[in-house]
Design a protein. Sequence first.
Length: 526
Amino acid sequence: MSTSSAVAGATPRRTFAVISHPDAGKSTLTEALALHAHVISEAGAVHGKGNRRGTVSDWMEMEKARGISITSAALQFEYDGHVVNLVDTPGHSDFSEDTYRVLTAVDAAVMLVDAAKGLEPQTLKLFQVCAHRGIPVITVINKWDRPGRDPFELMDSIEQEIKLRPTPLTWPVGVAGDFHGVVDRRQGRFIRYSRTAGGAKRAPEEHLDADAALAAAGVDWADALEGHELLEADGADHDQKRFLAGETTPVLFASALLNFGVAQLLDVLIELAPPPGPTVDVEGGRRAVDDDFSAFVFKVQSGMDSSHRDRLAYARVCSGVFERGMIVTHADSGRPFSTKYAQAVFGRERTSVETAFPGDIIGLVNASALRVGDTVYDGTPVRFPRIEAFAPEHFATVSVTDTGRWKQFRKGIEQLDEEGVVQVLRSELRGDHSPVLAAVGPMQFEVVAARLQTEFNAPVRLEPLGYSLARLVDADQRDRLGGMSGVEVLERRDGEHLALFVDKWRLQTVLRNNPGLELRAMAAAH
Ligand code: GDP
């Protein structure tokens, strides 16, 4: 069978991630989604809190101790004739470049908002990345079973804070804390939910017409209908084109804990979220989904198994059909790469993935040659653009505390830099013994320290630096920044020079005093 007919004949895909602030209910929602669907495979981590599904990947002691999942991986399930890939975003209170990189592997995002807390800082940051990448966003207002804000107030805050027009697909029947069900605004019917013990099963759902709804929910139904009409009069109805253009966000009301609204979310993902499309390559061409096989590495992980230090690369299939065992080409080195062991990473039950299609996430083991941002392909050569490094906001120097371990330290730093765990910055002034680490979130530093200790047996000391923002500066202009207080220029592995500033006032002063100085902003986390 030709690649194009194999791709055309495959079950359609939907690939998405959940963006949220910690505690908004991402794990609970993930588990509820899995409950509603037939789970095919789990790659790596879905971190379970409480007594539901357990942790799949706890590859680091630190992770275990904190009960968090630092690693990103994917959950694949079948729903309504589709294969859905949920790419996990790390769920800790701090966040790192990994979180952002996951968003390069998805076609849509679900923005999960706590009904009582509204939009929170991490959600806003992740939303900015979606906006920057043109990823359409579906909003889920979660925890409607608990007292929370007024739904109109929540809609206003979305419109004001992220400049997306909310277009609710459902509207709650019952105020937050008294959740009976929702108006399905497009069908004009009442979807009534009922509780199951502990939310451990799919919540039964009844679909009632308007008359039956009034009889069943009385004044709550009438209020919900009034809300629906107000939204209609305000033009807040779903428009597929505007959603895909990133102008609007469809909104659903849910309780992940009670499994209310979860089926609607799956239906909406199938109906409205875009399928995998062509991927733009470095030359600006488009690799069509039915072209020869190609995939893009968005995450690399080492030390999963301390007995054999392996490197695992997660890649999104961009085009063609992946078949385990195929020999692909690593675009960045031109070397062949064997995918014989691709199955080993998938799932607690070691479900092997023999075949994967565009939108799917594959885990490649023995991937010591692969780096974040690399491309692998079969047939017609292709290379996708690398992922931009995000603007770091946290800086620290790192040095080995046991000078006898200097070699291991250097090797470790090199590897973590290559893996993209942290950006390593150097300068002649600072020398090689204490490079500067730059990160999006301070948790990245802890990961570095823990991994240097456990994997390289190199205990380190981290000392925070007082800088808070970075700009790119051309090499020929770097001298203009020399000797200023509150400013330092360092070099990154890719040869870019980063100017670090203590705060934005210092940056402004420098710009004012140096007309013609060109500083470039990096892909911003906000
Ligand atoms: P995460 O940090 O975003 O992964 O959040 P969790 O899924 O771990 O949820 C955080 C807390 O909120 C847990 O105690 C959950 O039981 C609770 N929670 C999640 N969803 C809901 C919900 O819909 N309703 C209520 N009442 N609690 C919820």
